[in-house]
Design a protein around this ligand. Structure first.
Ligand code: HEM
Ligand code: HEM
Length: 153
């Protein structure tokens, strides 16, 4: 299994833990719901998003019998997504206190998060297109069964 698949799944669990921690703080102290934007991005983009990134990067190549076409892009995606979301969440939190650097953090984090999402879209899209099954499908033939992967268990 590629290191970035495990890393995305573990990052997703870390984001879930942080989102739930912040959620509990908000639940106990209702005035702290000013941090809801950070909480919801940690939960949706962090937990849900990173889980989907990890599962899809593992499963799509196996569904289509085609190794990921750009492994390096998935590595760039991992770091862009983590650093991006950390900056985005920190920006949302510090903006509440009027920090002068908050908008910069939100813009930089947003761009990095968008870069991560873009890497994912290109990689998965091109992997599907490079698949021998896609070629058969385009010729109007029947799809092949999934080819076994070297590390499939
Ligand atoms: C232990 C688990 C969780 C707790 C205790 C919790 C608690 C909260 C609280 C207190 C708020 C603020 C509500 C308000 O503004 O009055 C909130 C907002 C929100 N939470 Fe959570 N949350 C949890 C998990 C999650 C998860 C797993 C997700 C998504 C995957 C999520 C998505 C959201 C969203 C989208 C909002 C914004 C809702 C809005 O503004 O209308 N939460 N949550
Ligand atoms: C590149 C990734 C993303 C960036 C840069 C981004 C950025 C933003 C920004 C700047 C806001 C406005 C926050 C405010 O001014 O209070 C916002 C709101 C929101 N975003 Fe995102 N977002 C991203 C991904 C997502 C994803 C993947 C989801 C859900 C699956 C999501 C759900 C929401 C929701 C529900 C709101 C409204 C929050 C509220 O009204 O309190 N975002 N986002």
């Amino acid at each position: 299994m590629d290191w970035f698949v495990r890393a995305f799944l573990k990052a997703s669990l870390v984001w879930l833990s942080l989102a739930v921690l912040l959620a509990l703080v908000m639940a106990f102290v209702p005035t702290l719901t000013v941090y809801r934007t950070a909480h919801l991005h940690m939960a949706l983009l962090g937990f849900v998003g990173q889980m989907i990134y990890g599962v899809a990067l593992h499963v799509v190549p196996r569904f289509f019998g085609q190794p990921l076409v750009h492994r390096r892009l998935a590595e760039v995606q991992f770091w862009a997504a983590q650093v991006g979301l950390a900056a985005l969440a920190l920006g949302f939190i510090t903006r509440v206190h009027g920090a002068p650097f908050a908008t910069g953090l939100i813009v930089a984090g947003g761009l990095a998060s968008a870069l991560g999402a873009g890497c994912f879209v290109v990689n998965v899209w091109r992997t599907i297109d490079a698949s021998p099954m896609s070629a058969v499908h385009q010729r109007g033939g029947r799809a092949l069964t999934t080819l076994p992967q070297p590390d499939a268990h």
